[in-house]
Design a protein around this ligand. Structure first.
Ligand code: CTP
Length: 398
């Protein structure tokens, strides 16, 4: 199902080109519906080239396709960026002088407006009344950003950056209006991600296949839900998630130090990292040579169990701690035993193998709760699992 990108007649229309690119490059089919005056800022050829579809502002073009009804009916999301004061007023009044007005009246999917205008226009009671009306009908009207406007003046009214609008669109696609809820605002959370490496000598290490994707998805979704996020990342090659403070570590010892430091004033901790249970008892400063016939030269020492240490009293009042467990069989039985042994509040149990967990885009899990609850999360994007984990954490935080 396509996304409709509505474009109002504001200078910020040029930023919608970048938003369009982000949407199409991530595999979305986007139909651009500008207003007639928006085409004075950015012309139809630009929108057509970037979207790969014909573009018109008029409901009279291609009337045989009944676009004025079908576009709205078929859309998965309507995103209007920039939404001008005039466009918001017309939408609130239910006017449909152009194709976009018709789309807005026929859309059954979530509709998101990203307003952009001068501060006076944004603060005008007429505009605020339009916004209130649209919101009361279930539309999502984002707050404009503050900053430099078209002229030399500054204030609220700027269109949020395309990357931010893109993230908001993805969250609404995944979860509807609830995707933009800031239910973790004011909360400090710590997420560990990736896999630790224990050095054997200058060229070798003991490691694991964790890509860090699940931990990064947890950090990104927590930040999108308003949390202040510290991401302790062990040996990952992913782009920093927006809004998270990233602390890079290599070994289990370093991960332990970074997590314990951040945990001191955290409301929630999620240990998604794959931590090595053992490390070489001593790291050799020179490359270890093969000594044929001799016993293997690496002796192992046990690493501390960080999750268990975090769960041990004294624990910060109300702190919620989540562990992960990668299992190859007996998911629930092993998971229950591990949950009890570690002493955490929630344990996310993954089945390893079959294209799931390590390195994969998708994940499926059973989330076990201390006290007996169980939530099954079917196979889906790691962000979806992350959101369910934060739902359960948010419920425990109250
Ligand atoms: N973990 C940890 N410190 C360790 C090992 C694991 O904090 N030294 C955390 C992981 O981040 C994860 C959870 O403990 O959240 C479960 O890890 P897992 O390796 O599955 O558990 P183990 O206790 O090592 O059990 P197993 O015998 O299955 O390896």
């Amino acid at each position: 199902m396509p996304i409709v990108l509505g474009v109002g007649a504001g200078i910020a229309a040029y930023k919608a080109c970048e938003l369009l690119r982000l949407l199409t490059e991530s595999g979305h089919d986007v139909r651009v519906v500008p207003t007639a005056d928006a085409l004075r800022f950015v012309g139809a050829p630009t929108w057509e080239a970037l979207s790969g579809h014909p573009v018109t502002a008029s409901p009279w073009d291609g009337a045989h396709e009944v676009a004025h009804v079908q576009l709205g009916q078929r859309a998965e999301l309507v995103l209007v960026a920039p939404a001008t004061a005039d466009l918001l007023a017309r939408a609130a009044a239910g006017l449909a002088p152009d194709l976009l007005g018709n789309v807005l009246l026929t859309a059954g999917c979530p509709v998101v407006y990203a307003p952009a205008m001068h501060t006076e226009m944004w603060q005008h009671p007429a505009t605020q009344a339009s916004v209130a009306t649209l919101r009361s009908r279930g539309a999502i009207v984002l707050e404009p950003a503050s900053g430099r406007l078209t002229g030399p003046d500054t204030g609220p009214g700027r269109l949020p950056e395309p990357a931010e609008l893109f993230r908001a669109a993805l969250r609404v696609l995944a979860r509807g209006a609830a995707g933009l809820a800031a239910d973790l605002a004011g909360r400090r959370v710590v997420v560990s991600a990736g896999g630790t490496r224990e050095e054997i000598d200058p060229v070798r290490f003991i490691g694991n296949w964790s890509s860090g994707r699940q931990g990064y998805a947890l950090a990104a979704t927590a930040a999108a839900r308003g949390a202040q996020v510290t991401l302790v990342a062990a040996n990952t090659e992913l782009a920093d998630p927006a809004g998270a403070r990233v602390v890079r570590v290599t070994s289990a010892g370093q991960l332990r130090e970074a997590v314990l430091r951040a945990a001191a004033d955290a409301d929630a901790i999620v240990m998604a990292a794959a931590v090595a249970d053992y490390r070489p008892a001593a790291r050799s400063d020179t490359k270890i040579k093969r000594a044929e016939g001799a016993p293997a030269p690496i002796e192992l020492a046990e690493n501390p169990d960080i999750l268990r240490e975090l769960c041990r009293p004294p624990r910060r009042d109300g702190q919620v701690i989540v562990g992960f467990a990668a299992e190859t069989g007996n998911l629930i039985e092993n998971g229950r035993a591990k949950l009890a042994a570690k002493g955490c509040d929630l344990l996310v149990v993954n089945q390893v193998g079959g294209g799931l967990a390590f390195g994969a885009e998708d994940n499926a899990a059973e989330i076990l709760a201390a006290g007996g609850g169980r939530t099954s999360v079917p196979r889906g994007p790691k962000e979806a699992l992350a959101d369910v984990i934060w739902d359960l954490v948010a419920a425990r935080l109250g």
